[in-house]
Structures are given as structure tokens and as C-alpha cells.
Design a protein around this ligand. Structure first.
Ligand code: EPU
Length: 329
């Protein structure tokens, strides 16, 4: 039995039957060739988007592939090949220190590089898919394959690698194209406000602004176990949104440009009175209603009970089903 407590930011105390780490493509392929990759198996990153609801009676795999190397470069762009096991924010910091533009809005997101390409992480107007050019993988048969970004089927917090049929495809390296000239994405209101006194933004000042915003709104997993946003923001048709707007004229929304409208789930949850509410050892975070937290000693089922209650309230009040972003195992 192997404790998964240090491998999930929700701080759920569960075990796996086996836990295996590998530090290179060759080591992973050798492990597979020896027939050691047996079902059931689960590949994890830093466990910052997972909720374990019981012990895992199988093999948990984790990549320790490190490294950030330049694979292509001209006057304007540089492409970096980054190991799946690199801590995401270490990669962001590397880019900020080396004058690579593009990834700074994704500062302080927990997790690792491999999962960034699976989950298509995003924040403050930037998504991983905007920077990714290629995703290198090894599958359960030990075959290597690289997917160009247009083959990854990227959408909001989604990719081909998240589908059940691709469970046996493991990301080994991700290639990111970054700018060498200063171009920033400062259209997000909170970011503009945070930088209001800053005349000429730099990579460091933008990173600091993002870090400050996140620290204000999001709980530190070292203090309160959590997995960031628990739910995805729902997308509704323009028609449906018009009906909702008549009932709730102040409903915040974001027009996706294809007729559909994204609504912040945090607002829906707060309007249902859940912000800061406690249910057993779990709670809705008092500064950001989209985040569920472990008050200490919660089991996965306690978090699920809270999630179900919140989801039912939102469904009753608005007729909208908010779906968890977190993977429940
Ligand atoms: N809001 C409320 N009450 C709340 C929280 C939010 O009314 O308690 C409303 C406000 O109107 C606010 C709006 O929701 O203006 C948006 O809130 P926020 O900027 O905090 O963003 P979010 O939609 O709640 C998403 C991502 C975050 C990402 C931020 C910033 C998802 C599921 N979440 O949150 O990503 O950091 O935008 O871009 O898309 C994550 O995925 O784990 C994550 C933290």
C-alpha cells in the first residue's frame, strides 16, 4: 500500500496498491516492455485536479521527466520542449526570467507540464493550447507518437487526452512556442485593475499581478486542501441566456462569439447562498465560490456530498447543470 496523501492537493488520505515513477521515455518503455504496466492503472500529475473517493486498487503512475530545452528559435519566437514532470510554475518562472512571452498569465497554477496539455489549463484570457505546438506521448503498448496542436482537439479545459479511450496515452514532453518580443494579454478586468499604476508592464510585473490576484482569491492547498475551480463555467445558448437575463439582469456573462454564452459558475453558486457555507468537513471557499475546500480530515465522499448539494441548488434555481472540472476517481 502506498499513501496518495502527498499526491493530491485536496489532502484526501487514500492509498494505492502500487505507485511507480519514471524519469525518461526509455524508462517508461522498458517498464511497459517488462509487462509491469497492469490494469487498472491511473496516470497522475501533481494531483491538483483530482478527487480520490476511495483507495485505488491498482497502479498509479507519475512522470518525473524533467528538462526545458530550446528546439527552434528565430528573432521573434522560441520553441521549448518541456518534460511532463516539470512543475508548471517553475516553467512559467523560467520563461519570465529568460524573456519568453506568452505564459505569464498562467503563473502560479498548481500542477505539472504534462497535465497542462491534457487539461488545457487556462487563466486570465490565456489557455495552454494557445502556446502548445506539439505533444509527445507514449502509449500502453510502448509506442511513441507526437500530436500537432491541431490534432489535440483542444477546447475549454478539454483535449483528446482527457477522453476515456485515450487513458492509455501518456504525455512525455510538451512543446511551447513563446515570443521574444513584449506582447501581453491584459484585457481581463482584474489584471488591468491590478496593473492600473503600472505604466509599462514587464514580464515580472505581469507575473506579480497574476500571483497577487490568485493569492487574494484562491486558497493555498497547504492551508486548505482544494483543487482550484471545482466546477467548469457552464456555456448556454444565446436564446437561453436571454431568458435568464430577463430574470437576472445582473448576471455576469462572457459572449463566446459563436452565439453561445459562458456564465461564471461562481456567481450562480454565490447567488444560491453557498459562498462560505460548511457541510461536515467540507466548505465552499468564502472568497471564491467555485472552489470547494477540505476543512481537515475530509473524505472524498464529503467533498462529493457538498458538490452534489451545490449542483442541485444551482439546477433548481437556474435550470443549469454545472459540471465538475475536477476528476473524481
Ligand atoms: N463570481 C462571483 N462569486 C464568486 C466567484 C466568482 O460572483 O464567488 C463571478 C464574478 O462576477 C467574477 C466572475 O464570477 O467576475 C469570474 O470570476 P473569476 O475571475 O474568479 O473567474 P472564474 O470564472 O471563477 C476561471 C477559471 C479559473 C481562472 C479564472 C481566471 C474555470 C473553471 N475557472 O474562474 O481557473 O483562474 O477564471 O481566468 O474556468 C481552475 O481552473 O482551477 C482555475 C482556478
Amino acid at each position: 500500500m502506498y499513501s496518495l496523501l502527498p499526491h493530491n492537493t485536496f489532502g484526501i488520505d487514500v492509498n494505492a496498491a502500487r505507485f511507480v515513477e519514471y524519469a525518461s521515455i526509455d524508462a517508461l518503455k522498458a517498464f511497459i516492455a517488462r509487462g509491469e504496466l497492469t490494469a487498472p492503472y491511473l496516470h497522475i500529475g501533481a494531483g491538483s485536479n483530482l478527487l480520490f473517493t476511495k483507495d485505488y486498487e491498482g497502479l498509479v503512475l507519475h512522470s518525473r521527466i524533467e528538462g526545458i530545452e530550446v528546439v527552434e528559435e528565430d528573432e521573434r519566437w522560441v520553441t521549448l520542449r518541456v518534460g511532463a514532470g516539470v512543475v508548471w510554475d517553475d516553467f512559467v518562472l523560467h520563461c519570465v526570467r529568460h524573456g519568453r512571452y506568452g505564459v505569464e498569465n498562467l503563473s502560479l497554477i498548481p500542477g505539472e507540464v504534462g497535465a497542462s496539455a491534457v487539461q488545457n489549463i487556462g487563466a486570465y484570457g490565456v489557455e495552454a493550447k494557445d502556446l502548445i505546438t506539439l505533444v509527445e506521448t507514449v502509449d500502453v503498448w510502448g509506442e511513441e507518437r507526437a500530436y500537432r496542436v491541431d490534432e489535440c482537439q483542444y477546447r475549454y479545459r478539454d483535449s483528446r487526452f482527457k477522453r476515456a479511450e485515450n487513458k492509455g496515452v501518456f504525455v512525455t514532453y510538451v512543446h511551447f512556442r513563446l515570443g521574444k518580443l513584449p506582447v501581453f494579454h491584459l484585457e481581463y478586468g482584474a489584471v488591468r485593475q491590478q496593473l492600473a499604476d503600472c505604466h509599462e508592464p514587464t514580464l515580472s510585473t505581469v507575473r506579480q499581478a497574476i500571483v497577487d490576484i490568485r493569492r487574494q482569491k484562491l486558497p493555498d492547498p497547504a492551508e486548505w486542501g482544494n483543487a482550484g475551480s471545482f466546477f467548469m463555467n457552464p456555456v448556454v445558448s444565446g436564446e437561453r441566456f436571454e431568458t435568464l437575463r430577463q430574470a437576472y439582469p445582473d448576471m455576469p456573462h462572457y459572449d463566446l462569439g459563436d452565439g453561445s454564452v459562458k456564465i461564471p459558475a461562481g456567481w450562480l453558486i454565490e447567488r444560491c447562498g453557498w459562498k462560505g457555507r460548511v457541510l461536515g468537513p467540507a466548505a465552499v471557499y468564502h472568497r471564491q465560490a467555485l472552489v470547494l475546500i477540505n476543512l481537515g480530515g475530509a473524505k472524498g465522499s464529503d467533498i462529493v456530498a457538498l458538490s452534489d448539494a451545490v449542483r442541485a441548488s444551482v439546477r433548481d434555481a437556474f435550470g443549469i447543470d454545472i459540471r465538475p472540472e475536477v476528476n473524481m476517481i
